[in-house]
Design a protein around this ligand. Structure first.
Ligand code: FAD
Length: 502
């Protein structure tokens, strides 16, 4: 039967940052794991359109997203080291334009200090740190940081792949059926989970996390299924047609479409899209921290955006929040750009000189908090992962492993760790080779290296190196290198650009 090689312990739907970090954590165990992604590469949804901030905190601290944000932020140095992605703790500076707001900042500081490091800075100290900022005082949170979200996700995928996780791109999940399996031997040998009591089980830092917090629900299943031991038959649609795989567990990390996936197993989630636009400036050394003005004036459901530095030292202003009907609406309107510039220019003495591009991402909003639960046996939702989902991704991954472990333990099974392979860490950028992208100082060697690391599409190359992202004059040279490396040209399924793949 064709199904023989199509049996997995865990199927993860979605290769955004959460799907890839869960895959990375699960790859450390003796499991057969599949990641299914409808796009040609990783991070093509909100992950690509986000601001790249590793948030210092998320309010309220007691919410699930607040707790996972703090946890994810703390884990980021370890993750960056293990996976070899760039991560800088540039610090978050909340500045006060008046004596009254600086007084308020001093009053609220002790509250923040209960959760993370924070310092009050006076006018002179701020001038020293940020000569271009005019402020009466401010709060500095040194743990705020920046990453390239595509690089972070790509590296998690590489690690997972190296450790045996299978990825299937351009495959869309179009159906999930719970199937009746009386005896697992009916469908072959599933995984290497062992009986509780055998040597090889695992306890790790995830045990420290309190699963009763926020909307993480008791993993006791809330609905009866036909079977005490349910398996899922997952239908995938690709250019080659439909195929079915069988999986013991399914993890729904489908971002904006997590509601459609949940509905396939009879669960109701409503995802509301919320677009966030950004303006990117060429100016370097304009400012050095993530900067926002107190009081934060959050736009409904967001932190209100700010003046942000990127991992490459550029400047970004945004994001805002605009209600959209269409989950794929990533248009940026002129009035949004004008409003962003008006809002974020406030703290600065001199303004940035050259806006080079704009971009937007669409948040998957399902109420006020993340939804991480198990509505039916063996099915886990990781849904409504709005901001700070990028920051929280490593903590979300550990939490999901814990939920999986608890579910297996109830069946008298346990996860077994395996010997992991480490990623060959990224070499530093070639500085001595003439760049082909002068805007971002990217050489042909850098592009060749990223292709040999596994970049298969133009989107990968763009987002991992920065080439073609500004004036675009290097595009022909980049395409030529990709062709020489054997990546044939074809139309992108995302309709936005040409993509390459092997
Ligand atoms: C404007 C904006 C700014 C943000 N800024 C920040 C920030 O600075 N810091 C921060 O911490 N967070 C930020 N966030 C939040 C962060 O981007 C998200 O929380 C995170 O990217 C969510 O990742 P995900 O993997 O859950 O979802 P996604 O990135 O949406 O990934 C889901 C994947 O599932 C795939 N998929 C969907 N349906 C199917 C199907 N049927 N079959 C197969 N595949 C499917 C999609 O193609 C997609 O690749 C921001 C978000 C936005 C929109």
């Amino acid at each position: 039967m064709k199904i023989k090689n199509q049996i997995f312990d865990v199927t993860i739907i979605g290769a955004g940052v959460t799907g890839c970090f869960i895959a990375k954590e699960l790859s450390k165990y003796k499991l057969r794991v599949l990641v299914v992604e409808k796009e040609p590469t990783v991070a093509m949804g909100p992950t690509k359109g986000c601001s790249g901030i590793i948030h210092a905190f998320q309010l309220p601290f007691g919410s699930l997203k607040g707790k996972l944000c703090l946890e994810g932020n703390k884990l980021m140095d370890e993750e960056a080291k293990e996976l070899g992605f760039r991560f800088k703790r540039v610090g978050l500076l909340l500045i006060c334009k008046s004596f009254l707001s600086s007084l308020v900042a001093r009053i609220v500081k002790p509250y923040f200090s209960r959760y993370l490091e924070v310092r009050y800075l006076g006018e002179e100290e701020i001038k020293e740190l940020e000569p271009n900022v005019e402020a009466k005082g401010g709060l500095l949170f040194p743990s705020g940081g920046v990453v390239n979200p595509v690089e972070m996700t790509f590296k998690a995928k590489l690690f997972a792949e190296l450790n045996g996780v299978e990825f299937r791109f351009e495959s869309k999940v179009v159906g999930i059926d719970v199937i009746d399996v009386v005896d697992a031997s009916d469908i072959g040998n599933i995984g290497d989970v062992s009986e509780v009591g055998e040597v090889g089980g695992v306890t790790d830092s995830t045990d420290a996390m309190d699963t009763t917090m926020g909307t993480v629900m008791d993993t006791t299943d809330t609905r009866d299924t036909a079977d005490e031991n349910p398996y899922f038959e997952v239908t995938l649609e690709s250019e080659e047609g439909e195929e079915k795989i069988i999986s013991r567990y399914v993890i729904n990390c489908a971002g904006l479409y997590a509601d459609e996936i949940a509905a396939m197993v009879g669960d109701k989630i409503k995802i509301i899209p919320g677009k966030g636009s950004h303006v990117v400036f060429e100016d370097k050394d304009f400012s050095y921290h993530l900067i926002a003005v107190l009081p934060l004036m959050p736009e409904r459901k967001t932190k209100g955006g700010g003046s942000l530095v990127t991992i490459d030292g550029n400047l970004i202003w945004g994001p805002n929040l605009v209600d959209v009907e269409n989950k794929e609406d990533r248009s940026v309107k002129k009035e949004e750009v004008d409003a962003l510039i008006k809002k974020h220019s406030k703290p600065f003495k001199k303004l940035p000189e050259k806006a080079v591009s704009v971009y937007a991402g669409v948040r998957a909003i399902a109420g006020k908090d993340f939804i991480i639960n198990s509505p039916i046996k063996n099915f886990i939702n990781v849904a409504g992962i709005q901001s700070p989902g990028l920051t929280a991704a490593p903590a979300i991954a550990r939490l999901v492993v814990r939920i999986l472990k608890e579910s297996l333990e109830k069946k008298g099974l346990r996860l077994e760790k395996k010997e992991e392979k480490s990623l060959k860490l990224i070499s530093s950028r070639e500085q001595n080779v003439e760049p082909i992208c002068h805007c971002r100082n990217v050489s042909s060697d850098e592009i060749c290296r990223i292709i040999s690391d596994g970049a298969g599409t133009l989107d990968d190359v763009k987002h991992l190196t920065g080439a073609t992202m500004e004036c675009g004059r290097c595009l022909p040279a980049v395409l030529q290198i990709m062709e020489e490396k054997g990546l044939p040209l074809r139309k992108d399924t995302c309709k936005s650009f040409i993509a390459w793949r092997d």
